[in-house]
Design a protein around this ligand. Structure first.
Ligand SMILES: C[S@@+](CC[C@H](N)C(=O)[O-])C[C@H]1O[C@@H](n2cnc3c(N)ncnc32)[C@H](O)[C@@H]1O
Length: 250
């Protein structure tokens, strides 16, 4: 589908600011609580040892940042970056309530110009954020810049299931039911109609893996979850030698 969707940063940030207060509730409701399990799998894909500093880009209300810290042998420190100020305010309140403020820093910033030095983090994540950025390849290049050589990344994003029967049922839920529930609960006219439209127009599976390859990552994998409703992508930032050998590790 090549419908053009307006993803100018001001529009996207304003949309998330507007739904920030209901965002967590809608996540739980619309995923039936499965979103927590998806985030846990993303943390697992980083193979952390408990010592790492991890960037959570497009952190929103910080659910993945929290999951990164909560896991036994999870991240030692997390930096959560997002450009929507109200999403970050909710994140900060949650961290205070959980007493986690000390080890999770929140920074307002753009995923296309990550405000961190090169090779400054051991690993990075993005959950349901890459689809919203205006230039995903540029964001992946930014991840490649800030993650140290040998570091891992994990990205969660929606896809569309392809199983006959299930796929039409899911399309009906995604395009009819979800926008209606989303509008009713968030009281925002278009945010939950934007969700299925943006998912339908975004590359998934092999196509998205190709973007990871193009950004210079190696060992890229794409795991279909819930029959393709969600994908977990993971990859490694090539070491200098691998980068010289074109990612073949020769
Ligand atoms: C669907 S939410 C996901 C939030 C969180 N990662 C989660 O799993 O719940 C997408 C987030 O990406 C942020 N975002 C989108 N484009 C961005 C950009 N260019 N720079 C920084 N944040 C961005 C939005 O503000 C929003 O908080």
């Amino acid at each position: 589908m090549d419908r053009v969707i307006d993803k100018t940063p001001d529009r996207i940030a304003a949309m998330f600011d507007a739904i920030a207060g209901r965002y967590d509730l809608l996540n739980r409701l619309l995923s039936g609580g499965l979103d927590r399990r998806w985030r846990a799998r993303a943390v697992g894909a980083l193979h952390l040892t408990g010592e790492e500093t991890v960037l959570d880009l497009c952190t929103g209300t910080a659910d993945l940042a929290i999951a990164l810290r909560r896991r036994r042998k999870g991240a030692a420190r997390v930096v959560g970056i997002d450009f929507a100020g109200r999403m970050l305010e909710h994140a900060a309140r949650k961290l205070d309530a959980l007493g986690m403020g000390g080890r999770i820093g929140l920074v307002r910033g753009d995923a296309m110009r990550v405000p961190l030095p090169a090779a400054s983090v051991d690993a990075a994540t993005i959950a349901f954020g890459i689809r919203n950025v205006e230039d995903p390849l540029r964001t992946l290049a930014e991840l490649h810049r800030v993650v140290r050589p040998g570091g891992r990344i994990a990205i969660l994003e929606f896809g569309m299931p392809t199983l006959p029967g299930l796929s039409s049922l899911y399309r009906w839920y995604f395009r009819r039911v979800l926008p209606w529930v989303g509008r009713f609960v968030s009281r925002h006219d278009s945010a939950y109609a934007y969700l299925p439209a943006s998912v339908g127009a975004f590359p998934s599976g092999v196509q998205f893996r190709r973007l990871l390859d193009d950004a210079g990552f190696v060992d890229t994998t794409a795991v279909r979850m819930l029959l393709g409703v969600v994908y977990l992508y993971a990859a490694t930032r090539a070491s200098a030698a691998e980068a010289r050998d074109g990612g073949r590790g020769l």
